[in-house]
Design a protein around this ligand. Structure first.
Ligand SMILES: Nc1ncnc2c1ncn2[C@@H]1O[C@H](COP(=O)(O)OP(=O)(O)OP(=O)(O)O)[C@@H](O)[C@H]1O
Length: 234
């Protein structure tokens, strides 16, 4: 199976006044095509930091991060400049973070189409299917700022999956939804990711959301201390 991410001996800390707070302390992991993982752990344990490192929004203090490139090989990111990071993000990565970062002057369709256009993709039947399954078809011409939090969350998911990324990083992707809507979105997200063979690494505090992923990784004291299979809904 194609490996899409490897982290070897990753360390990351932040200065806190005079003190130094070690957040990730020798993290090692691999993610493969189509694999789905729930990342859990106490508040402040470094879950978002780990996602930010994989997305290139934070640079590790030490260690090796390899990511899949456009030829489906793994590449060491140490020498990557902004250009290589942006190519990786628009070709291989989808993100659904807590702030949706939707383009508020645009409507739903243009938000999704804009992100596709960054890598010269056009609207396809897959986009129609995504929108239909996410209940967005009737909302395509609505400005995103007029949508509810839950509707915006579904737009963020459609935008993240429209280019069939090799990797989806999701940080509490159902955080703005009530329990029933959250479960529906999780079910859709995992089904759609399966259709595009996308690997998902999802941060969650919700036991029920975690059960939609095949595997559970628990982050504590800077390390992934526990891994086991969950996959209740597979
Ligand atoms: N840019 C930053 N500058 C300084 N400290 C930071 C920065 N980013 C994260 N931290 C600190 O690193 C630690 C881990 O933060 P992180 O957001 O990764 O945790 P988390 O596990 O995602 O937490 P939560 O579940 O509450 O969202 C926290 O103590 C946080 O204050």
């Amino acid at each position: 199976m194609q490996t899409v991410v490897t982290l070897e001996n990753i360390h990351k800390g932040f200065k806190d006044g005079e003190a130094f707070h070690q957040v990730l302390n020798d993290v090692n992991l691999q993610l493969h095509q189509g694999q789905t993982v729930a990342l859990t752990g106490p508040s402040g344990s470094g879950k978002s930091t780990l996602l930010n490192i994989i997305a290139g929004f934070e640079i590790p203090d030490s260690g090796k991060l390899q990511l899949v490139n456009s030829r489906a090989d793994l590449t060491d990111t140490q020498q990557w400049q902004d250009k290589q990071w942006s190519v990786f993000r628009r070709r291989a990565l989808g993100v659904v973070f807590q702030q949706f970062n939707l383009l508020t002057p645009l409507n739903v369709k243009d938000n999704i189409a804009f992100s596709l256009s960054l890598d010269n993709h056009k609207w396809s039947s897959w986009c129609d299917e995504l929108c239909q399954q996410l209940g967005l078809t009737a909302l395509l011409n609505r400005h995103v700022e007029s949508l509810s939090g839950g509707q915006q969350q579904r737009v963020a998911i459609a935008r993240a999956l429209a280019h069939k990324p090799a990797l989806l990083l999701a940080d509490e992707p159902t955080g703005n939804l009530d329990e029933q809507a959250g479960m529906q979105v999780m079910s859709l997200l995992t089904r759609l990711a399966k259709q595009s063979n996308t690997c998902i690494l999802m941060v969650t505090h919700s036991e029920q959301c975690a059960e939609f992923m095949q595997t559970r990784w628990h982050l504590q004291q800077g390390q992934i201390v526990e891994t086991h299979s969950t996959a209740k809904h597979q």
